[in-house]
Ligand binder design. Structure first.
Ligand SMILES: NC(=O)C1=CN([C@@H]2O[C@H](COP(=O)(O)OP(=O)(O)OC[C@H]3O[C@@H](n4cnc5c(N)ncnc54)[C@H](OP(=O)(O)O)[C@@H]3O)[C@@H](O)[C@H]2O)C=CC1
Ligand SMILES: CC1=C(/C=C/C(C)=C/C=C/C(C)=C/C=O)C(C)(C)CCC1
Length: 316
């Protein structure tokens, strides 16, 4: 009897959430205020990281900027200061667990307060076919895009849980939900990031830590230069052009501020996720060939090859 009542309640809840989420597409829910929050952004010297820093500043938050590239990171901080915001920069190599923990402690000492929003944004890609790719580049991709998520969450989640207040943002990719050729390192790391995020979200929900939110952000190609050259069939590209970085970050910010748990940008990219789950592998392969998405990374790999300087391996 109790089982049947539970089943009935569960089905009603499932229907309620389908209706609520469909309505949310049309009627945007109210955004939460984040003024005074302390937001840590990794990869803050890069294309999306910098724009996230500026958007969070616009909303009145203070930003902690973590990047391996001090020059571009300082440039981000300068832009934040010009807006009248507060930014604190740290040179952090996310491939090193020790560097992550050391800088988390240093930041805590410097600022005397805890991070309340963690944006795991830093990402890299080897940009080489698997048989041409040095092992070190593959390891780097796994360390930055996947392992670093563990270290940053372990560094900042305890305080969020203690306060029952916080938000963990994982910038993954549509290539964490479906894949294509010649980006094995990247897809493996982003599928892992999606798995990490989902398990963490389930853990917080099962422990009823209601105040700590999570969100998975999965963008399609963004014009930041990271995937320079990546191209699908022209006719399909008209429907699905590369995203403007500013548009991508605005969409992600909206989703964060309404506590949405997942956002694929643009919405059209939910379709390949569905097809991958429902259609036979061969049907997907046929559709890939038609859309030119089977070889979309070929020109990107050529572009990366041209970036080899002084005989050393280019780091995309
Ligand atoms: N661009 C795209 O098409 C898409 C990107 N994404 C994801 O969005 C995120 C941001 O990408 P985007 O802004 O385009 O990339 P960028 O390359 O512009 O920025 C990435 C930043 O991370 C820094 N970084 C690299 N390695 C490390 C490290 N070991 N420790 C600390 N920082 C490091 C980079 O420094 P340096 O400049 O020295 O390399 C750079 O400043 C990534 O996670 C990416 O995977 C998702 C979908 C599409
Ligand atoms: C594979 C594939 C497509 C192309 C996807 C591409 C080109 C994705 C590139 C994503 C990047 C660069 C993400 C970075 O994180 C389509 C056309 C949607 C159709 C379905 C299958």
């Amino acid at each position: 009897m109790i089982f049947l009542m539970d089943l009935q309640m569960m089905l009603l809840d499932v229907i309620y959430f389908i209706l609520r989420n469909s309505l949310r597409v049309i009627l945007r829910p109210r955004t939460k205020p984040i003024d005074g929050e302390l937001v840590l952004i990794t990869g803050s010297g890069g294309g999306l990281g910098r724009l996230f820093a500026l958007e969070f500043t616009k909303h009145g938050a203070e930003v902690v900027l973590w990047d391996i590239n001090s020059n571009s990171n300082e440039q981000t901080a300068k832009l934040v200061h010009e807006m009248g915001g507060k930014a604190y920069t740290y040179a952090v190599d996310l491939t090193s667990r020790e560097d992550v923990y050391r800088n988390a402690e240093l930041m805590r000492k410097d600022l005397g307060r805890d991070v309340t929003i963690l944006v795991n944004n830093a990402g890299v890609v080897a940009g080489k076919r698997i048989l041409d790719c040095p092992d070190e580049l593959i390891e780097r991709t796994m360390k930055v895009n996947c392992h670093a998520l563990f270290w940053t969450v372990k560094a900042f989640l305890p305080q969020m849980k203690a306060q029952n207040h916080g938000h963990i943002v994982t910038i993954a990719s549509v290539l964490g939900l479906f894949s294509t050729a010649c980006v094995e390192d990247y897809c493996a790391s982003k599928f892992a990031a999606v798995g990490f995020h989902e398990s963490l979200a389930h853990e917080l929900l099962s422990e009823e830590v209601e105040g700590v939110k999570t969100i998975l952000v999965c963008p399609y190609i963004v014009d930041t230069g990271m995937f320079e050259g990546c191209k699908i069939r022209e006719e399909v590209e008209l429907l699905l052009p590369p995203l403007e970085p500013q548009y991508c970050v605005e969409q992600a910010m909206n989703a964060i501020l309404v506590n949405q748990p997942l956002v694929c940008i643009p919405r059209l990219t939910y379709l390949p996720v569905l097809f991958r789950a429902l259609l036979p592998w061969e049907s997907n392969v046929t559709a890939y060939r038609f859309m030119g998405s089977d070889k979309c990374m070929y020109p990107f790999i050529e572009t990366t090859k041209k970036q080899v300087t002084n005989g050393s391996v280019a780091v995309a």
